[in-house]
Write a protein that binds this ligand. Structure first.
Ligand code: CP
Length: 305
């Protein structure tokens, strides 16, 4: 039985295979319409979500399976003090596979200790979000035609942004990748990523404060939200929340084949006017998220089509 806690649980070959299956699903949806007949997916979301939970559910429904679950801790027995491990063990009696989101880093790993079904980490605190990374990689592959030899800029909250940590980890395993990290000093990429991933892999990177100075060097610009829910201090959040706002004026300097990505939800960091720019890819990421989760469900359930 395989779980997915972290993007590095998958080899590069397995990621490439998931991308290839997702692209086949996009081309031939009917082939997969009954692949998960009589299988059930449970979505256990102890934290809010729109895209991840609904795309998992849409993915299972489009594979011919069924869904169950809850969308907040308050509507489950977690509100009565039940442990995550007991909740997941219980749900494993009803479902064949579980996607869970939890505010505590490492919660899916703890939950998986006593389960008999595959667990997918759908976001654990500020740590990891591997299925967003798969959606991002599918988007990069479809938009750029490759996942190597790219200069990738990350902008905004690089400290708490779990999607950033997962994607840096994943892209670092492809050749010819350079990173440009744009953030205020308080929200810099964590040292454990710099030491454990970038320096160890000899991956070139720079750290900047201003987006305007580097936007013309990028193949990909990955914007992120400053996450109010991760701050201890509201004053710090208010001071930092609007530090980078991407608008049409800033994009004037960028390459014509740049792609602008964002895991969403956005607040102010991308002006709505940018949505009409052909370089804006964040709603393509949303759709790609459903297809790659279909491919992942098939893999973890061992369903061959
Ligand atoms: N990208 C993402 O995780 O969005 P949700 O929080 O809406 O699931």
């Amino acid at each position: 039985m395989r779980h997915l806690f972290d993007i590095v649980d998958l080899s590069v070959e397995e990621i490439d295979e998931l991308i290839s299956v997702a692209e086949d699903i996009i081309e031939n949806p009917d082939k997969y319409a009954n692949a998960c007949n009589r299988k059930k997916l449970a979505t256990l979301f102890f934290e809010p979500s729109t895209r991840t939970r609904l795309s998992f559910e849409a993915a299972m429904l489009e594979l011919g399976g069924s869904i169950l679950g809850f969308s907040s801790a308050d509507s489950s027995s977690a509100a009565k003090g039940e442990s995550v491990t007991d909740t997941v063990r219980t749900v494993g009696c009803y479902a064949d596979i579980i996607a869970m989101r939890h505010p505590k880093e490492g919660a899916p790993v703890a939950a998986a200790r006593r389960t008999t079904v595959p667990i997918i980490n759908a976001g654990d605190g500020g740590h990891n979000h591997p299925t967003q990374t798969l959606a991002d990689l599918l988007t990069i592959h479809r938009e750029k035609g490759r996942t190597d030899n790219l200069t990738v800029g990350f902008c905004g909250d690089l400290k708490f942004g779990r999607t950033v940590h997962s994607l840096v980890n994943a892209l670092s395993r492809y050749s010819g990748i350079k990173f440009v990290f744009v953030s205020p000093d308080e929200l810099k990429i964590p040292d454990y990523i710099k030491e454990g991933v970038l320096k160890q892999g000899n991956i070139p990177y720079t750290e900047e404060n201003r987006l305007e100075g580097v936007i013309d060097k990028l193949d990909i610009l990955y914007m992120t939200r400053v996450q109010r829910e991760r701050f201890f201090n509201e004053a710090d959040y208010i001071r930092l929340r609007d530090c980078y706002i991407l608008d049409n004026k800033k994009l004037e300097k960028a390459n014509s084949d740049l792609i602008v990505m964002h895991p969403l939800p956005r607040v102010n960091e991308i002006a709505v006017e940018v949505d009409d720019d052909p370089r804006a890819c964040y709603f393509k990421q949303v759709l790609n998220g459903k297809y790659i989760r279909m491919a992942l469900i098939l893999k973890l359930l061992g369903v061959k089509v």
